[in-house]
Design a binder for this molecule. Structure first.
Ligand code: ITT
Ligand code: NA
Length: 205
């Protein structure tokens, strides 16, 4: 079996590949189809954008497709960057610039008065990652729409070199580590995307 994941994000793709391979499903991505033009993601929600990306690719290739739209929602920034996570610091997409902007925005706020005991001593804000995944058939009809979330706190100093995006700033108090300090397998076991992908298995068999 094989499925196309409507993504050009190499970090995201690795996480999909590992979990799909374990189920005996090979994955392709938009990196295999450079002729497909950029998809305009103009939805208001992660779920809407996931459907837009999956449909665009299914229609173009005439095969079923899966897409993930995801992002970081930071409590003390009223949910920002949210659906704008990929381009928080502007064009072009730049993870390092996004991370600097995130810490910069949180540094403008009053320090948290009393970090709770479970949190990192330098926690800047509670936050959560959200992943919305859509599976559509070859003509773009939705077959599944699932979501996963992962709770943590944003810290000031990046830690770890795994993962991608905001992972070095996303600290999970229960683990005492950031997502960038986890192996791919450990991240998939608890991440927003891992949870959403596990919800998808029911629909892929
Ligand atoms: P595709 O649309 O091609 O899949 P993208 O990176 O543009 O790639 P999104 O529009 O879904 O994907 O934006 C997601 C952004 O949210 C991503 O670029 C990261 O900045 C952030 N993000 C999402 N999941 C993450 C994760 O697991 N770890 C760290 N950052 C994540
Ligand atoms: Na997006």
């Amino acid at each position: 079996a094989e499925v196309v994941i409507a993504t050009t994000n190499a970090g995201k793709l690795k996480e999909f590949e590992k979990m799909f391979r374990e189920k005996g499903i090979a994955v392709k991505s938009l990196l295999d189809y450079p002729e497909i033009p950029d998809i305009v993601e103009d939805g208001d929600t992660f779920a809407a954008n996931a459907l837009i990306k999956a449909r665009a690719v299914a229609r173009r290739l005439g095969v079923p497709a899966v897409a993930d739209d995801s992002g970081l929602c930071v409590d003390r920034l009223n949910g920002a960057p949210g659906v704008y996570s990929a381009r928080y610091a502007g064009e072009p997409k730049d993870d390092a610039a996004n991370n600097r902007k995130l810490v910069g925005e949180l540094d403008k706020l009053e320090p948290l008065p009393r970090p709770d005991d479970a949190a990192h001593p330098k926690a800047l804000s509670p936050a959560r990652f959200v992943s919305a995944i859509a599976l559509v058939d070859a003509d773009g009809t939705p077959l599944a729409e699932v979501e996963g979330t992962c709770e943590g706190v944003i810290i000031r100093e990046p830690r770890g070199s795994g993962g991608f995006g905001y992972d070095p700033l996303f600290y999970v108090p229960q683990l005492g580590r950031t997502l960038a300090e986890l192996t791919l397998e450990e991240k998939n076991a608890l991440s927003h995307r891992g949870q959403a992908i596990r919800k998808l298995w029911d629909f892929l068999t």
